[in-house]
Design a protein around this ligand. Structure first.
Ligand code: SF4
Length: 220
């Protein structure tokens, strides 16, 4: 028969081992919870935030990745961030942004319902037009965003968004107002809100395009 002190030692040893095993099991659970997969849009955003794919990274204040509902049925695509967007890191703020909000609300939606992104994620200096090389380097991110969000309708705002996505050189005046196929998704070009600020008489045409979008969204 073992002495009492030996038995106590064994019990304490077994208890310690049990506690250690419980701790490891708990730790493993925590580890598993921590390693759960990151949402793909977030993972893409991280990648883009550190992008130096073209020279625009040198002059940007913020990368403007995109904003809105990652499960949006309607996605707007603009050209590139302007001064306000560059400062805030958010697409379509300022006057053109306010007008876009009105356009969105005209079909009974809110900004939180839709997703907004640009062809370029960094601001071209002095708001100059995007260069073909910049579009070439950056549009992959937009295409990935579209792949992840899988919207029912894409509304391309202005010439650069429409021509880039449709691989077209046709003017926005001729492209707008009709649906095109973009890799199985309906895409409709319309005028950019910044253009509408300069040409308010064309707002009527944009409202017409929005009504067409509303019709599609109601069926989906
Ligand atoms: S504009 Fe696009 S490609 Fe150029 S640095 Fe910014 S994120 Fe990268």
């Amino acid at each position: 028969m073992k002495p009492l002190s030996e038995e106590l030692k064994e019990i304490v040893g077994a208890l310690k081992m049990h506690i250690e095993m419980e701790r490891l099991a708990g730790g493993e659970e925590l580890l598993m919870a921590g390693s759960s997969e990151e949402p793909p849009l977030e993972a893409l955003k991280k990648e883009v935030l550190s992008c130096k794919g073209c020279e625009l990274y040198r002059t940007r204040r913020n990368v403007v990745f995109g904003a809105g509902n990652p499960k949006a049925k309607l996605m707007f695509v603009g050209e590139a961030p302007g001064m306000e967007e560059d400062l805030q890191g958010v697409p379509f703020v300022g006057r053109a942004g306010s007008l876009l909000t009105k356009v969105i609300e005209s079909i009974g939606l809110k900004r939180k319902d839709i997703y907004i992104a640009n062809v370029l994620k960094c601001r071209p200096p002095n708001n100059r037009n995007p260069l073909p090389t910049e579009i070439l380097m950056c549009e992959q991110y937009l295409r990935k965003q579209i792949e992840i969000i899988k919207p029912v309708v894409i509304c391309a705002l202005g010439k650069f968004a429409a021509q880039t996505l449709l691989r077209s050189t046709v003017s926005i005046t001729r492209l707008r107002g009709r649906f095109y196929d973009f890799q199985g998704t309906k895409l409709i070009p319309t005028f950019h809100p910044a253009y509408l600020l300069r040409n308010p008489h064309d707002k009527r045409l944009v409202w017409e395009d929005m009504k067409k979008i509303r019709k599609i969204l109601q069926k989906n």
